[in-house]
Design a protein around this ligand. Structure first.
Ligand code: 5GP
Ligand code: ZN
Length: 113
């Protein structure tokens, strides 16, 4: 079994609430949400940093993000989202498998980074 929790989620060895799935990417709810509907989008293949993702996989990752962002906004009726990647440990990356946070935002909230 992998020691990467997001690989384990992709493989179905660790449970998660799936939001969206494509051939290249998986979107699931964050276990510690900053707002209702806070979603993580990950490439299915293990890469630690954004720059490690090969272009053909990056395309699939972005395509999934492009679909997930409006779907999350619609699901929780949010007028906006913060979409963020903590790219490297000093930037706050705790899980070393590329992931984008999709955080629903509302006027005057405090969910942002
Ligand atoms: P980072 O700080 O690396 O950008 O964000 C990692 C995110 O992954 C955190 O928001 C954290 O709540 C989430 N997370 C960590 N472990 C798990 C897990 O096992 N399941 C889910 N659904 N989210 C996780
Ligand atoms: Zn991984």
């Amino acid at each position: 079994m992998t020691d990467c929790v997001f690989c384990a989620i992709v493989e179905g060895d660790v449970p998660s609430d799936t939001v969206h799935e494509t051939d290249d990417a998986l979107a699931f709810l964050d276990a510690n949400p900053l707002a209702k509907g806070h979603t993580l989008v990950v490439p299915k293949a293990h890469h630690e940093r954004l720059g490690d993702v090969p272009p053909e996989e990056a395309e699939g990752f972005y395509a999934a993000l492009h679909e997930v962002v409006p779907a999350v906004e619609a699901a929780v009726d949010a007028p906006a989202t913060t979409v963020a990647v903590n790219n490297g440990e000093p930037a706050g990356q705790e899980v070393p498998h590329v992931h984008a946070h999709v955080i629903p935002r509302f006027p005057d909230d405090s969910a942002g980074p």
